[in-house]
Design a protein. Structure first.
Lengths: 435, 563
């Protein structure tokens, strides 16, 4: 009989009746063969590994995180709320000490969904990790959280949501943005002025295999986590770094993914991308489950896996080492000067243009962050898209100072007098959302 | 007439049922644990003493023989040949003393990853035979997707063994470790069970009966004696299922409800959702190992009429140890039933003896015996309530996989309790008070399990898998593998599976079932996409014939389920 080292809860929700379109990579049968493999292995019969049903996330759970325009309902389906509810269930399982670790094996994914939502980007509508993390903060008083995003695509949505948050460390390991969607996640992206070094990007070159990934983990991710000392570590476990993935160019293996999880030792794991539904997902998910539970995964190998084929040359490894050194320094001694910093009175401003590839929408934003010396500052965003124009979003963040809370309410009152089509005001201090 | 018999751990219950007139005779006798055949013979004699000129058309038997053989380790050594592709190493699932792993493997679509090492397998088979092994089981990972490896292994053994279990024939359900355990136990109980079935046939001949013989399964259905000779492991834990079937026969249940069968040693709890009994999705566990044997969702609690009662430091303890019988019928240790007997309006055996028993327990003699007894009963009902509540919570937490199910999901909220078993009548008012739900005790509540056994009909589950890219369908349970065209679709698959199941039932059970009795429980048709092109469909249909009561017998036995 196999003995688990960690009790593991798996929230398995394959959403067999939901897809973006019939041949879309994010479609019904994405987890079909994963289910077959997990069932055939008898995973849920192993004492200490338990399968759970997801919760359904509420509108409040979404509005705690996102500014959705025109509203939440026009941006999500039941499937999104169940997927987000799966992550909430995972969080509850470990906080209530029912399980030591939890894996939300759910779809659709979420890490391309940004703070403001006008539609779907990169197969994502709402950010299921952020919904989980903010649920943890509101319900269990958790403060410091680290997200390690191992999806092949840069998690630009998660990065955007936590850009100004010094209490959330976001580290992304992904395929270089010059060669893959969404074209971001370069080493100079290190977080906003109040959270410098709390966003860390490790863009790896195409064809990086186990050796390169595990090097980055060992030499960048683990030392940073050691220093940051998060209360909770989350792995955004995209599985599209796999060498068989049809829409990416990396050479990571199932054993590699399992080893990564063994070394990282996350509390919560959330499935993100991964579109090699036959050749990779069954083996990668099995490997991750076994690694999380502390069981032997050395026999979990793709039938066609030949490590010799994916040996990395010295030149590429040297390049990866240089990228890793930069990323490491970005955390421990982030560059202080920022040529892009623009100010308008007491506000730090940024202009952004965002393309929603899944919904085919363009959004234009002006972001204002109140330059406060007491806290991370009030956030205000003016946003228009080809779908909804002239909206405003205001957030008084968790733990913000009294002055900022007052400023946030003043801004809200001011906004009401103007001709905005939609107003969203999130008051995290008093757990209120006003429209 | 139909004869139903349930050979349980404590009692052997038997009934004789006529289609028009209902129950013609019934008996409840103590089971002779070491002579199950003797218990059957005694029960038949008792029934025949009540009703003369009997012609038995069908003899349905529920027996604990296989369960006991497994629990007491009276098992035949089994030659296990196991093969697996990548994943958890099959060494983790070792069972029995003769367990060998044969290199070779299939993937999740049944595609061969590496061929079987048949030379090595031959060596192992020869060695096992030399060591005197007579029964074998062959199991490969993903065999329900492609039975080729199991068939290759079986063909090496063929006529050189008395019996071979092929894993894929047990169930289409994917679960390699359970397939291994189930195949092992199926072969391990085969000799003792087949021997027993022979004796039962002989015994019936002695009485000049030549009925159709069926064996009860844990899912509340029956299999033919021929089926039982192939799949003896299916006969385990059929007792609680027989009880549930009895209630279905006796009462017209429409709502969410709880069924409790209070026996001597245990109380079995079953759950109904809108009138349908729940089938256990988790299957039966044997010695901590889950199997593929499907069972009714039944929970056994170590609390029954013969459960020992003790009081220590003012703390009442009931069960799970069984003594017995209770003092009211001549036992020497006070039991739960004795306590019940004291406070009940009705009388069971010698009430004075029960009183003496409870008096023994009473440390504090100033206390009134009635009060002690009612505290014991109250405590018992509290235990029942807690166990039932936990059980329903667990059911309501079961995993589901589609948005439709998630939104349609309805929690089970019982509205009534059906109580049966020996102490049912005495216990009813106290259960009613504790649960705050109406309690119904049907007629023949003492032998409802035997009525369930007599009237149970065949059950069956089968799954059809079509892979239009490969152009193959398989129905593992029926041993069917066939070629199909690219245009095969879900509708055709559904009809094909139903037709094949209907044929099978007609052939095996001579039962002309209504096609409506075959219901689809799961179905899906998903595109298989390579790059961005649809290359085929993965079609799956799972159908079942639900447990039910033999047609036409309901009106004879149904009681008015009022109190």
């Amino acid at each position: 009989m196999q003995q688990v080292k960690n009790r593991l809860g798996v929230i398995f929700f394959p959403a067999f009746d939901w897809a973006i379109s019939p041949t879309h990579p994010e479609r019904e049968e994405r987890l079909l063969y994963t289910m077959d493999q997990l069932k055939e292995e008898g995973i849920f019969d192993i004492p200490g590994i338990t399968e759970y049903k997801p919760d359904v996330a509420t509108i409040d759970d979404v509005e705690r995180v996102h500014f959705c325009f025109p509203d939440v309902k026009s941006n999500v389906t039941d499937s999104h709320l169940i997927s987000a509810g799966g992550t909430i269930k995972a969080a509850r399982l470990i906080m209530e000490k029912d399980e030591d670790k939890a894996f939300a094996l759910v779809r659709p994914p979420g890490h391309h969904a940004m703070k403001v939502v006008h539609g779907g980007r990169g197969f994502c509508n709402i950010n299921i990790e952020a919904i989980m993390i903010e649920y943890l903060r509101d319900n269990y008083g958790i403060k410091k959280v680290a997200i390690v995003d191992t999806d092949c695509h840069h998690g630009d949505g998660s990065q955007d949501i936590y850009w100004h948050d010094p209490d959330t460390l976001y580290i992304s390991i992904h395929q270089d943005g010059r060669t893959l969607y969404p074209g971001s996640g370069f080493t100079h992206e290190i977080g906003g002025p109040k959270a410098k070094g709390k966003t860390i990007n490790i863009p790896l070159p195409p064809n990086t295999s186990d050796e390169g990934f595990l090097y980055a983990l060992e030499h960048v991710v683990l030392p940073i986590l050691e220093d940051f000392k998060p209360e909770i570590v989350v792995n955004s476990a995209g599985q599209d770094n796999h060498y068989t993935d049809p829409i990416t160019n990396m050479n990571f293996s199932a054993t590699g993914y399992a080893t990564l999880n063994k070394m990282l030792d996350p509390d919560l794991v959330v499935l993100e991308g991964g579109y090699s539904i036959q050749g990779a997902l069954p083996y990668v998910n099995l490997g991750i489950v076994l690694a999380l539970a502390g069981l032997d995964y050395s026999y979990v190998k793709e039938p066609d896996y030949d490590p010799a084929k994916f040996k990395m040359d010295t030149k590429t490894m040297d390049y990866i080492k240089r990228i890793c050194e930069t990323a490491y320094n970005n955390y421990f001694s982030p560059p202080q000067s920022d040529i892009t910093l623009e100010k308008d009175g007491d506000w730090i401003v940024r202009d952004k243009e965002i393309f929603y590839d899944t919904s085919y929408i363009v959004e234009k934003q002006k972001e204002y962050l109140y330059d406060c010396n007491q806290c991370r500052g009030v956030l205000k965003i003016e946003t228009s898209s080809t779908r909804v124009t002239n909206c405003i979003a205001i957030e008084a963040p968790l733990n913000c100072c009294e002055r900022c809370l007052n400023i946030a309410y003043m801004e809200y009152e001011k906004a009401k007098k103007r001709a905005y089509s939609h107003i969203q005001f999130i008051d995290r201090v008093n757990k209120k959302v006003l429209k | 007439m139909l004869f139903g018999i349930d050979v349980g751990g404590t009692h052997t219950d038997a009934v004789l049922i006529d289609k028009e007139k209902g129950v013609r005779a019934y008996t409840k006798i103590p089971t002779m644990t070491n002579d199950l055949l003797g218990s059957i013979r005694a029960a038949i004699k008792e029934i025949l003493s009540q009703e003369k000129n009997v012609k038995i058309e069908r003899f349905n038997l529920s027996t604990t023989l296989c369960t006991n053989a497994i629990v007491q380790d009276m098992l035949e050594p089994v030659g296990m040949l196991v093969s697996a592709g990548p994943g958890i190493h099959p060494e983790n699932f070792r069972i029995g003393e003769y367990y060998e792993i044969i290199p070779g493997g299939l993937d999740h679509r049944g595609t061969e990853i590496s061929p079987l090492d048949l030379d090595y397998a031959k060596e192992i088979v020869n060695r096992f035979l030399k060591q005197g092994i007579e029964v074998f089981s062959v199991v490969s990972k993903f065999s329900p997707r492609n039975p080729a490896h199991e068939e290759q292994l079986a063909s090496l053994i063929k006529d050189r063994a008395k019996f071979i279990t092929k894993g894929y024939k047990l169930s289409a359900q994917l679960n390699f470790p359970r397939r291994i355990a189930t195949a092992y136990y199926n072969s391990a109980v085969w000799p003792i069970f087949v021997n027993f079935l022979d004796s039962v046939e002989d015994c019936l001949k002695e009485f000049n009966f030549a009925p159709k013989i069926n064996i009860l399964k844990a899912d509340g259905g029956t299999m033919t004696i021929a089926g039982a000779r192939m799949y003896p492991v299916e006969s385990i834990f059929s007792g609680p299922a027989a009880s549930v079937m009895g209630i279905i026969a006796l009462c017209d249940i429409k709502e969410d409800a709880i069924v409790m069968d209070v026996g001597g040693t245990t109380t079995d709890i079953g759950i109904f959702a809108s009138g349908d009994p729940l089938i256990e999705p988790e299957n039966v566990r044997l010695k901590e190992r889950p199997t593929l044997v499907r069972a009714m969702k039944v929970k056994s609690i170590g609390l029954g009429g013969d459960s020992m009662v003790s009081i220590k430091n003012n703390c009442i303890n009931i069960g799970p140890k069984r003594v017995g019988p209770c003092m009211a019928v001549g036992g020497d240790t006070p039991t739960f039933l004795d306590a019940l007997n004291i406070i009940s309006q009705e009388c069971y055996g010698d009430k004075e003896a029960s009183l003496r028993g409870i008096a023994q327990l009473n440390e504090n003699l100033s206390c009134v015996l009635d009060k002690t007894a009612s505290e014991i009963v109250e405590q018992g009902c509290k235990i029942l309530k807690k166990e039932v509540t936990d059980f329903i919570d667990e059911i309501n937490e079961r995993p589901i996989y589609t948005i439709h199910e998630m939104l349609e999901f309805r929690k089970i909220e019982p509205k009534k309790i059906y109580l049966m078993g020996g102490p049912a009548k005495l216990l009813a008012p106290y259960v009613e008070r504790e649960f705050g739900l109406p309690v119904i005790v049907p007629d023949f509540f003492e032998v409802a399990n035997a009525i369930g056994a007599a009237l149970a009909r065949p059950t069956m589950q089968a799954e059809l898998l079509a892979d239009t890219e490969k152009g193959i369908i398989t129905i593992p349970e029926l041993g069917i593998t066939d070629k199909i065209s690219k245009h095969y679709n879900l509708k055709v698959a559904r009809e094909e599976l139903k037709a094949k199941m209907e044929d099978y039932i007609k052939r095996e059970f001579s039962w002309n079932l209504d096609i409506k009795d075959i219901e689809v429980i799961e179905e899906s048709s998903m595109n298989m996409v390579k790059d961005v092109f649809t290359v085929g469909k993965d079609i799956r249909v799972k159908c079942q014939i639900k447990p039910g009561i033999s047609e036409g017998y309901e009106k004879g036995v149904r009681c008015i389920c009022n109190r």
